[in-house]
Ligand binder design. Structure first.
Ligand code: AHM
Ligand code: MG
Length: 346
């Protein structure tokens, strides 16, 4: 029996996130409790962001700040608010020594060089959806540092590669708020009960269906997509699959995780290396999807988790979801079909 199965049996639906993390830690005799505390810090900041998101219209915190982040994109007030909440929670927690955030170009050192962990995160993803009441999310990825404890963390701590993540997850601020994470022993989902102020285990051992009938991509870029991808999408349409695209990564991913499907963000002329960020958007979702029995790749035979990172804010194409759909996308038939289609139209 796997640790995951043991956990599921021993820790029934309804247990709080706090207790779950403590019990999971107890299963590892040499665990120091630091990672557990770090996860609790993230959950605490998530509760505060949940409150901010739900007050957004009332508290005058939506809208642009008039500034741009490192990617040259307009920052929304709530983006920065969330960034501040998470940095503060991790600083107070003292398990992490540094943070990489989508909202800042440089590594953020949090006056705790004795911390063993670094956290890469997008504090609030899906900013175009903030002002219009559509689901948004936080993404996080945790590494044990490789630089000596007591020194300043460096880029090397963040550029270890996706397989070295010790934990990863997201918080979805949707019709309910959920905290979904993995430490490499399955994927656990917790739902926030606002009146009690607690996350409760609601979705133990999440598994993605092996196949699905949903494709999620921005079809506005249709003429930019490589021919093989258009062929795949046309095939989905012939089969009357559902096109579902919120434009909020965590929400699109979460739906496909439960219902089965594929999310695609190929290279486009606007974003020739893809749009999404490797370290704090794609790596965490890739770790989760592999733990849930699905796949995340950057090209036919290259799992996202095997992409060697070179830059902190690196972008990458991503194809992620049900194993069968990812396989079909890159199958020889789809490439052949696209080649014959090209011939027919030339
Ligand atoms: P952001 O980090 O600036 O919020 O952008 C990331 C978002 C994802 O949530 C979403 O999947 C994607 O960008 C949507 O991009 P597009 O509008 O090009 O379809
Ligand atoms: Mg983002």
């Amino acid at each position: 029996m796997s640790i995951n199965q043991e956990n599921t049996l021993a820790q029934p639906v309804g247990i709080t996130l706090e207790r779950y993390i403590m019990r999971a830690q107890a299963e590892f005799p040499f665990a120091t409790g630091e990672l557990s505390q770090l996860l609790r810090d993230l959950a605490l900041a998530g509760k505060i962001v949940h409150r901010d998101v739900n007050r957004a219209g009332l508290a005058d915190i939506t809208g642009g700040l008039g500034t741009q982040n490192v990617q040259g994109e307009q920052q929304k007030r709530l983006d920065m608010e969330a960034h501040i909440r998470f940095v503060r929670a991790l600083k107070n927690g003292r398990e992490a020594c540094a943070i990489l955030s989508e909202e800042e170009a440089e590594i953020i050192h949090i006056d705790n060089d004795s911390g063993n962990y670094v956290v890469a995160m997008d504090p609030l993803d899906g900013s175009s959806n903030i002002d219009v009441n559509v689901s948004i999310g936080t993404l996080f990825s945790i590494y044990r540092r490789v630089t000596p404890v007591g020194t300043k963390a460096t880029a090397a701590d963040f550029l270890q590669g996706g397989r070295r993540q010790v934990a990863a997850g997201y918080i979805l601020y949707g019709s309910s708020t959920m905290f979904v994470y993995t430490t490499g022993h399955g994927v656990m989902g917790f739902t926030y009960e606002q009146s009690l102020g607690e996350f409760f285990l609601s979705h133990p051992d999440i598994r993605i269906p092996q196949d699905g009938r949903i494709f999620s991509c921005n079809e506005g870029y249709w003429f930019d997509y490589p021919e093989s991808i258009r062929t795949f999408l046309m095939d989905c349409k012939r089969k009357e699959y559902s096109g579902r695209y919120i434009g909020s990564l965590v929400a699109d991913y979460h739906r496909n995780l439960f219902n089965g499907g594929i999310y695609l963000y190929p290279p486009t002329s606007k974003n020739p290396r893809g749009k999404l960020r490797l370290l704090y958007e794609c790596y965490p979702l890739a770790m989760l999807i592999e733990q849930a029995g699905g796949q995340a790749v950057v090209s036919a035979n290259e799992p996202i988790l095997d992409v060697a990172p070179t830059e902190l804010h690196q972008r990458t194409p991503i194809f992620i979801g049900s194993t069968e759909m990812v396989r079909t996308l890159f199958s020889a038939e789809s490439v052949l079909a696209s080649a014959s289609e090209l011939e027919a139209t030339s």
